[in-house]
Design a protein around this ligand. Structure first.
Ligand code: FDP
Length: 456
């Protein structure tokens, strides 16, 4: 632009001098202010961009826990503010004792296990999970970029895809496969890095329940004391459309068997959710949020992208006792059971216990729907549908049970279709699905009356 203006000006001067036409004189008068303003633009952007660059470099230099917090203040508003340094302020208080100052996950855990030495063996697994979640967050954020590249070379890729049995015509095939694979590798590597954790990726032999379904990449990881189930990326098919997805994990005490092989490990992991020692999820959305419980309160940590650290943002998270939202896939409604239908009808008409009409919110990504339910209250449900999904769509062991465990410790409830506590349900197979209902305690109590036939 600048170069263009300059050429026009030179050309005008040239023609003015050599042809002496008044017309060119007036054009020159009009172009000079343009030229000046473009120069001012260059100078202004130089002035405004320089501090931004300086600030960026400062942020990078502030490697967490290695560099001390900045002590001098500078004139730029982009410089790190005091609250950043608070993350690194040593605190004498226990994380449970109500401190208000932000605290990183690493520091939180070290303090937590100091207060609860019996949980010390969980620290490694959680630190590995948080490391992996940071990387997965990055992969998910870049999914849209990869998507556009893939769609520019559709020919050979789509041919390969349609030949595979689990091809999905909705375009979610690639990111599902690619991101599932990548996030499984990331989690595996992070867990291996602890030096104590071993891994198994169980084969999904019983996916025949729903032929044509994409097989989730569940991981089973174990060390001397614990055995964990991890769903590396639930909702991976949504990532291309920049819709949220999440990692889910649940940790059991490992059975003290002498010999460790696939059989004994699978036996050890097929436990009711109630036996978990820890569970949680990481949501990849407009923010990356890691929510977990070590069997007592629930804590939520948000990834601060400036410093690449999870910081405590939801201290002892509890779900509201009542909500005004229900969350389910209405496309399955023709196959739903009568009790769930009757309950929903009353919510929609404002004829439930609260006499208030409920709204529908359904992302279709379980971690996102559960996170919203946890924060705002209400009901999340994946009931059975006799037409298409007789067991719903959610695996008990590594999706609904860990989330039910979190829900329970946040003061909410989770049930199966008979109204029994979902945490008491023992899966018979790794990939077994089960209808589930999770949410606010009063909403769940009301729903239970329908499911158990007390109300219809
Ligand atoms: P997705 O198939 O997109 O991976 O467990 C998988 C899951 O998503 C959940 O995240 C989500 O709650 C559910 O399935 C959505 O199922 P429907 O498409 O049948 O509603």
């Amino acid at each position: 632009m600048c170069l263009g203006n300059r050429s026009i000006a030179i050309w005008l001067v040239f023609t003015m001098v050599f042809q002496n036409k008044q017309y060119y004189y007036w054009c020159f008068v009009a172009v000079v202010p343009l030229l000046i303003s473009s120069h001012i633009g260059v100078v202004t952007s130089f002035v405004t961009e320089t501090p931004t660059f300086a600030a960026t470099r400062k942020v990078v230099a502030l490697s967490p826990s290695l560099s001390p917090p900045p002590t001098t203040s500078t004139s730029s508003s982009l410089e790190l503010s005091n609250y950043d340094s608070e993350y690194y302020t040593p605190t004498e208080q226990s994380p449970q004792s109500g401190t208000q100052s932000p605290i990183t996950l690493t520091r939180f855990l070290s303090q937590y296990v100091k207060d609860h030495p019996e949980l010390k063996d969980l620290e490694n697994i959680l630190l590995a999970v948080q490391m992996a979640c940071k990387t997965i967050a990055n992969l998910v954020n870049r999914a849209g970029l990869v998507y556009s590249i893939q769609h520019s070379t559709t020919d050979d890729i789509s041919q390969g895809a349609v030949n595979e049995p689990d091809y999905k015509s909705d375009g979610r095939y690639y990111s599902m496969k690619r991101l599932d694979k990548l996030s499984t590798t990331v989690l595996k590597n992070a867990l291996k890095f602890t030096g104590t954790v071993q891994m198994i990726v169980p084969e999904a032999k019983e996916i025949a329940e729903q032929p044509g379904q994409h097989q989730p990449g569940v991981l089973i990881a174990y060390d001397q004391d614990n055995i964990a189930c991890l769903d590396p990326l639930d909702g991976s098919g949504n990532a291309d459309a920049s819709i949220c997805s999440g990692t889910v994990f649940g940790v059991f005490e490992k059975a003290k068997t002498e010999e460790i092989n696939e059989e004994t490990l699978f036996e050890a992991v097929l436990q009711p959710g109630r036996n978990m020692r820890a569970a949680g999820y990481c949501l990849y959305s407009s923010a990356t949020v890691l929510v977990f419980t070590l069997g007592a309160s629930v804590y939520g940590f948000t990834l601060d992208p400036q410093i690449q650290e999870f910081v405590l943002t939801h201290d002892r998270l509890t779900i509201p006792a009542r909500g005004n939202v229900y969350s389910c896939n209405e496309a399955n409604s023709e196959g739903w059971g009568d009790s769930w239908k009757a309950y929903l009808k009353n919510l929609k008409l404002g004829q439930g216990e609260t006499q208030q009409r409920y709204a529908l919110r359904y992302v279709g990504s379980m971690v996102g729907d559960i996170h919203r339910t946890l924060l705002y209250g209400g009901v999340f449900a994946y009931p059975s549908s006799k037409l298409h999904k007789p067991q719903g769509n959610l695996q008990l062991l590594y999706k609904s049970a860990p989330l039910a465990f979190v829900m329970h410790h946040a003061g909410g409830k989770a049930m199966d279709e008979s109204g029994d506590d979902l945490l008491n349900k023992r899966p018979e197979r790794i990939h077994q699905k089960s209808p589930c209902f999770l949410g606010s305690s009063e909403d769940m109590d009301e729903l239970k009356k329908y499911l158990t036939g007390l109300q219809n």
